[in-house]
Design a protein around this ligand. Structure first.
Ligand code: SAH
Ligand code: MG
Length: 212
């Protein structure tokens, strides 16, 4: 979206911001990559429209998106996985302070091997928002827990504009990661049993629906 339009739409929200939004300042100051504002609003609307109750999130960071999802209504439960010790401390603190202990379960560890700690539920939605080179693995590991007609939401599928224009990337590590994102997107759109919609919003979003 054109920057001017995005700015305009973002400032409209000053009329109905919730207290969790105050964490965005902290996230900006400490370069924590929390979900962009308009993308968040879209995901929250999808949660309402699909009556989503059980959410699995890969990548908690400071707990911002998990709390935003949980804030929609009291029946929503978010299980969220984080491996970074500092982030785990911030998330625990925030979840406690904002009063979401009942609605959010924080699973500590590498999401590549937490399946046995989150497979007590069937999920209505999986939000993939951790290491971008690993999105495909997360999809493969966790979508067996997704109900039929459930949603997989993948954030940052256009990563900084690099995915559509890899030639501008100088760093070898970043280029490798961006290649993985390209591979993921191509794999995702061909996934049998899923219908995927890619959106050119913020850092890029993929919405995949399970089932025919
Ligand atoms: N969903 C959050 C932002 C997550 S940022 C929000 O929008 O508010 C990505 C997070 O994923 C980082 O905190 C990082 O530590 C974590 N992460 C990256 N790879 C991971 C992995 N393999 N297992 C668990 N957490 C991971
Ligand atoms: Mg993200």
């Amino acid at each position: 979206m054109d920057d001017q339009n995005a700015k305009y739409l973002i400032q409209l929200h000053k009329y109905h911001d919730n207290p969790i939004e105050s964490l965005r300042t902290f996230a900006d100051d400490y370069a924590v990559p929390i979900v962009d504002r308009l993308t968040l609003d879209l995901i929250k609307q999808l949660i309402r429209m699909n009556n989503i109750k059980n959410i699995l999130e890969i990548g908690t960071a400071i707990g911002y998106s998990a709390m935003q999802f949980a804030s929609i209504n009291k029946d929503i439960h978010v299980t969220t996985i984080e491996r970074d010790d500092d982030m785990i401390l911030y998330a625990k603190d925030n979840i406690q302070q904002f009063g979401f202990n009942d609605q959010i379960t924080l699973v500590e560890g590498n999401a590549l091997d937490q399946f046995n700690h989150v497979n007590d539920k069937v999920y209505d939605m999986i939000f993939i928002d951790a290491a971008k080179a690993q999105s495909k693995k997360f999809f493969e590991i966790y979508t067996p827990l997704l109900k039929n007609h459930g949603l997989v939401i993948t954030d940052n599928v256009l990563y900084h504009g690099f995915v559509s224009d890899i030639g501008i990337v100088r760093s070898r590590n970043v280029r490798q990661m961006v290649k993985k994102v390209q591979e993921y997107n191509e794999w995702l759109i061909q996934q049998p049993g899923y219908t995927t919609n890619f959106l050119n919003i913020d850092d890029g979003l993929a919405i995949s629906i399970k089932g025919e």
